[in-house]
Design a protein around this ligand. Sequence first.
Ligand SMILES: Cc1cc2nc3c(=O)[nH]c(=O)nc-3n(C[C@H](O)[C@H](O)[C@H](O)COP(=O)(O)OP(=O)(O)OC[C@H]3O[C@@H](n4cnc5c(N)ncnc54)[C@H](O)[C@@H]3O)c2cc1C
Length: 516
Amino acid sequence: MQSAFDIAVVGSGFAGSLIAMIARRLGRSVVLLEKGKHPRFAIGESSTPLANLLLEQLADRYDLPRLRPLTKWGTWQQTYPHLACGLKRGFTFYHHEAGREFTDDDSHQKQLLVAASPNDRIADTHWYRPDFDAFLMNEARELGALYLDEVDLWGVNMEPKRPVLQGRHRAQQLEIHADFIIDATGPRGFLHRALDLPEVPVPHLPPTQALYSHFVGVQSRARDCSGNTLKRELPPYPPDDAALHHVFDGGWMWVLRFNNGITSAGVACRQGAFDLTRGETSWQQFLDKFPGVRAQFAEAKATLPFVHVKKLSFLSGEAAGANWALLPSAASFIDPLLSTGFPLTLLGVERLARLIETKWGQPDFATELSNYSMQTTMEIVSAGRLVAALYASMHDFELFRALTLLYFAAASYTESARRLGKPELAGETFLLGEHPTFAARCRSCAEAALRHPTGARRDLLLRAIQQAIQPVDVAGLGQDRRNWYPALAEDLFVNADKLHATRGEIQAMLERCGFN
Ligand SMILES: Cc1cc2nc3c(=O)[nH]c(=O)nc-3n(C[C@H](O)[C@H](O)[C@H](O)COP(=O)(O)OP(=O)(O)OC[C@H]3O[C@@H](n4cnc5c(N)ncnc54)[C@H](O)[C@@H]3O)c2cc1C
């Protein structure tokens, strides 16, 4: 089979299908090429307020109304109850020590709960990727993208003006001519190998590994972990309805519950911290070390073979050329910590969509791609620096907790600015990377944490973090809330000036979002 298209998208995960849909809406002919077959397992499940806002804005801008209900738990349940997902009200962290039961008191020193939404209706979700990705792929097809699965691509010829993808589709030879190739095949994916692109280290990040699977029979342990022994006060949200993190020296574990009885769980840690190479055996040995986690998995059974990823982080030396681009998820990966994968990828989708919308066929298309490449790399490096600082602090939970607030402050400020229609306040770079004060301060705090400060230097760093977040803190993160941070409208009203907004503008935004 031989065909010609404006755009070939390689990889039909959520991101490949999404950019294919947008390209169709912009009038481009599109082929979407997939190695496997839907529905299929994919890792990377926990969305965030910023990820959902980006998805919502892409759905609005490119007239994709069927995607909009997927951006909130409530509308998802109403519109697509047959697509499994999980309820995510926030980020829950518990700190564990090897060999010890988890205990805490009402000061919550061993925990951090940061609410992302005030109610279930407008809450975020964990995407059950077999359902979610198959749905998006079908949407891309409905919009006219030619979808070919079970494709085996073995190369790309970049010599002709129009690059040619070569491979096989089932029993047939395949030759696809495309003006522009978008690689959405994930880290160390198709173009990275076909173009022999260099891999470069993500600066500061220690080498990390992961072991994960899907399970049934996982217990709810978060209520026992709440530490609120006298049960005088309720946490800001049920701690299990969240991205639940068990943090320990050298790594952390995620637990994400879906509404179909399945729970996604896995460990990410420094190479050498634990032996994770032996699947189920390593998993059980890991649980045996942490009694505070083990009970949660006492009855659990894996529903899929365990996956061990020897080296998690990845950065391609280039993310785009004159007529090709890697989505951020193909150009890089940092770590699942802080769920940066989706927002970074969606920012990349947003940028490529703008390029196709405004620069298609124009001489500066290639120049703009080169800017895209630089911006993609820059964002990974700065997000990677913060994640590296968190890895360096996992033994010191007070410092770890403070560092996460840099992320939460930047993310909630960006979300609020965009929702207020003032995106320029947050700039175009992830985690306020262009902000006049925050960007430099965040960087310097992360660098200080990487030097493993103790004593007075550590105290200084804790104060520097507070100073860094203060100008952009619109979520009460600087308040002493004993590490339980609810999502309160009042925090936005009190901090309206930081968003250059009136009380009325904040009120209107909250009503638009269904906050009350
Ligand atoms: C352990 C782990 C946990 C994570 N957790 C989170 C999280 O909680 N939140 C978050 O935001 N991010 C997370 N991420 C990141 C997240 O997984 C990615 O951002 C996301 O999956 C990217 O989606 P995608 O559609 O670009 O790629 P993928 O989901 O990787 O899909 C790639 C597709 O391309 C296909 N493909 C591969 N090679 C070829 C080829 N040669 N030809 C054709 N098709 C091909 C594959 O079959 C697949 O369908 C996590 C990542 C890891 C490794």
